[in-house]
Design a protein around this ligand. Structure first.
Ligand SMILES: C[S@@+](CC[C@H](N)C(=O)[O-])C[C@H]1O[C@@H](n2cnc3c(N)ncnc32)[C@H](O)[C@@H]1O
Length: 289
């Protein structure tokens, strides 16, 4: 099994993004997320209670393929149908698949999963990572997955605890706790716009007719020294946070945030030795009887 090869694609068609040029787009963030969390995603796929090696996997809301490529590596006999509403993400996923020599094992389907689903075959493993909470009616989606999944097949749902944290709690020195205050300023926004993010999917999977066979929460703490991508990820993540939270921050907090975001400042994020990506992922493994 090769957990790192999917991310070698960053050295191929998509050179590492340059954060100094601006805020990264969602595809670039998803790629960074996949790179930084590669080991954790691999440990989730390794944990799945597989009874029979899956032959056909469906990746719902696949993004740029973090799950798709981890699953292809974990299950060498499987092919993946990767579904997303974003044509751009799917294009990137296809380019990576070609660079990795697995294009013949991946089919991409552009579809809005809130609308009527296209024909997606009869998968024996369905994977939805950080995507269920985007659905307009996730409980209806759970029911649709139950209908398309082969009897005895497994549905793996991966959920985020929230946006990752990058700075120590007492940073920066002149405004300790700044990052938490930014998140607090956005809490009501997220509650309104992504109300299902961080949901406890176990009872909802059971209500949709699945037998929940396992649940596991993985704490992620990737230190900056372990991956060059962490600095890029932190800078871009904090820039996005600033774009959303600026209006709700005290002037002193905003000034401190701007110093952190200045790539040329010695106080900037890229010069800090204490960056990390701290977050949690929870996975549920649910079987269709
Ligand atoms: C946070 S990303 C997760 C991507 C990927 N699963 C991963 O773990 O990196 C959520 C993805 O869901 C897709 N998405 C959101 N709503 C969707 C919908 N209604 N139909 C299809 N895809 C959707 C987005 O385009 C995005 O790629």
């Amino acid at each position: 099994m090769n957990h790192t090869s999917p991310h070698a694609a960053h050295d191929g068609p998509h050179p590492a993004p340059q954060p100094a040029s601006g805020v990264l787009d969602q595809a670039e963030i998803l790629d960074l997320d996949a790179e930084v969390l590669a080991e954790h995603i691999a440990s989730i796929t390794a944990w799945l209670p597989i009874e029979r090696e899956p032959q056909h996997i469906l990746d719902l809301g696949c993004g740029t393929g973090a799950g798709t490529f981890a699953l292809l590596a974990r299950f060498p006999a499987a092919r993946v149908t990767a579904v997303d509403a974003s044509e751009g993400h799917l294009r990137r996923l296809r380019e990576k698949a070609a660079a990795l020599g697995v294009a013949d094992r991946v089919r991409t389907v552009a579809a809005d999963l809130d609308a009527r689903w296209p024909e997606l075959g009869r998968p024996d493993l369905v994977w939805a990572s950080a995507s269920l909470h985007h659905m307009a009616d996730p409980d209806r989606t759970l029911g649709t997955v139950h209908d398309v999944l082969a009897p005895g097949g497994l549905f793996a749902v991966v959920e985020l605890a929230g946006f990752p944290r990058f700075l120590p709690a007492d940073a920066p020195r002149e405004r300790p706790g700044l990052e938490e205050r930014c998140h607090a300023a956005l809490a009501h926004h997220h509650a309104e716009h992504v109300p299902h993010r961080g949901a406890d999917w176990g009872p909802r999977l059971a209500a949709a007719g699945f037998a929940v066979e396992g649940e596991r929460t993985i704490a992620v703490n990737v230190e900056g020294s372990r991956s060059e991508a962490v600095g890029t990820y932190a800078l871009s993540g904090l820039r996005r946070l600033r774009a959303s939270a600026a209006h709700a921050l005290a002037a002193e907090d905003l000034a401190a945030l701007d110093r952190l975001l200045d790539p040329d400042s010695p106080l900037g994020v890229l010069h800090r030795g204490d960056l990390a990506v701290r977050t949690e992922r929870t996975v549920w493994a649910a079987r269709r009887a």
